[in-house]
Design a protein around this ligand. Structure first.
Ligand code: AHG
Ligand code: MN
Ligand code: MN
Length: 336
């Protein structure tokens, strides 16, 4: 049952507009467009078993990964919605080889934001009815408004993000985002298609008891990570911790933020840079984590301070409850 006092996402956006730095209403409109796209994708994800959208699309993306039909569909829906609303000057997506410049020939075009998206995160879970998600990250362009966007507008360190968020298509659908003033979560009431503020001011517990990592890759991990995993499994103090790994970053992160935990996708002897993408996955999740009193590192240093060098760059990623990430860092530092 919805409590009467629950605000809708629409109301929340309007109320908070004036607190954004450089507020002109443009960012509010952009978040509104993302809200709409999220509802459209939610609709597609929910009926996935009924229509012909399960399975592989028969193509690979630029990173050599098989594209699922729903990957392609979610990508189209987000790009279409953002394009139609003429609310951004550029989009970069995990599923597109290159960034997309919008209305670059229109001298009147004054939009100043670029959006980076992972339209469907957790593709391997689509066909088996397990939670998937969408991740987005928003920056102010660095090149002059009214000119075509360039790669430079997208290769900004995460600490320049204006907003970031994710949608988790789970047992219920939630949109969680930050504009740099804490993290708020909104749950979709599917009957009326409205997001309600259900999780105000979300915070990682300082310490948790969950560790999330693909342990099948253990043999390939470096010493520091291996030792930390052993530490998690030791019977001492409040350990052993519980192991939970869904394989959808969004869902693993969401659970850990609520319950307390650490997520790890390390580099290994077979994947020198790990797997997760700095611009579409790590930076937005890192921004949310830090805004929720958690930490996100790429090894020794903060994820959001990495200067990106390419659009589809991968980096090792560790994030979650502050004390757990700090403990892991001690292990990593022993061997570097
Ligand atoms: P995507 O579906 O966008 O390619 O991302 C999948 C990512 C991430 O969501 C997840 O945590 C990780 O890949 C799982 O990888 P493994 O199967 O290697 O554990
Ligand atoms: Mn992903
Ligand atoms: Mn994806």
């Amino acid at each position: 049952m919805l409590r009467k006092k629950n605000k809708t996402l629409g109301e929340f956006i309007i109320e908070n507009q004036s607190s954004f730095q450089y507020s002109s209403g443009e960012l509010s409109k952009l978040i509104n467009a993302i809200r709409l796209a999220a509802k459209v994708v939610n609709h597609e994800v929910n009926k996935a078993g009924l229509v012909d959208v399960l399975g592989a699309a028969g193509d690979t993306n630029i990173q050599g990964e098989d594209q699922q039909k729903l990957d392609v569909l979610a990508n189209e829906k987000f790009i279409q919605t953002l394009k139609n609303r003429e609310i951004v000057c550029g989009i970069a997506s995990e599923e597109e080889d290159d960034f997309i410049s919008i209305n670059s020939n229109d001298e009147q075009h004054q939009n100043k934001y670029v959006v980076l998206i992972d339209p469907l995160d957790g593709s391997s879970n689509i066909d088996v009815n397990v939670s998937v998600g969408t991740i987005f990250s928003i920056y102010r362009r660095v090149t002059p408004v009214g000119t075509p966007v360039t790669l430079e507008d997208f290769l900004q360190p995460g600490n320049q993000q204006v907003a970031a968020g994710y949608v988790v298509y789970g047992t219920s659908t939630m949109l969680v985002y930050t504009t740099g003033d804490g993290v708020n979560g909104f749950t979709l009431n599917p009957a009326i298609g409205t997001f309600y503020l259900s999780h105000p001011n979300m915070q990682f517990p300082e310490k948790g008891k969950i560790y999330s990592v693909n342990e099948g890759n253990y043999v390939h991990f470096h010493r520091g990570v291996k030792d930390y995993i052993k530490y998690c499994q030791q019977e001492e103090d409040d350990r052993p911790y519980t192991s939970r790994y869904i394989g959808s970053l969004v869902s693993d992160f969401h659970r850990n933020m609520i319950k307390g935990g650490i997520y790890m996708y390390p580099k290994s002897s077979v994947t020198q840079s790990g797997k997760l993408r700095l611009l579409y996955e790590c930076n937005p999740m890192a921004f949310i984590a830090e805004q929720a009193n958690g930490l996100a590192i790429g090894g020794k240093s903060r994820i959001m301070d990495i200067q990106p060098t390419e659009l589809h760059q991968r980096v090792p990623f560790f994030c979650g409850s502050r004390k757990m990430v700090e403990k892991l860092q001690e292990f990593l530092e022993k061997y570097h």
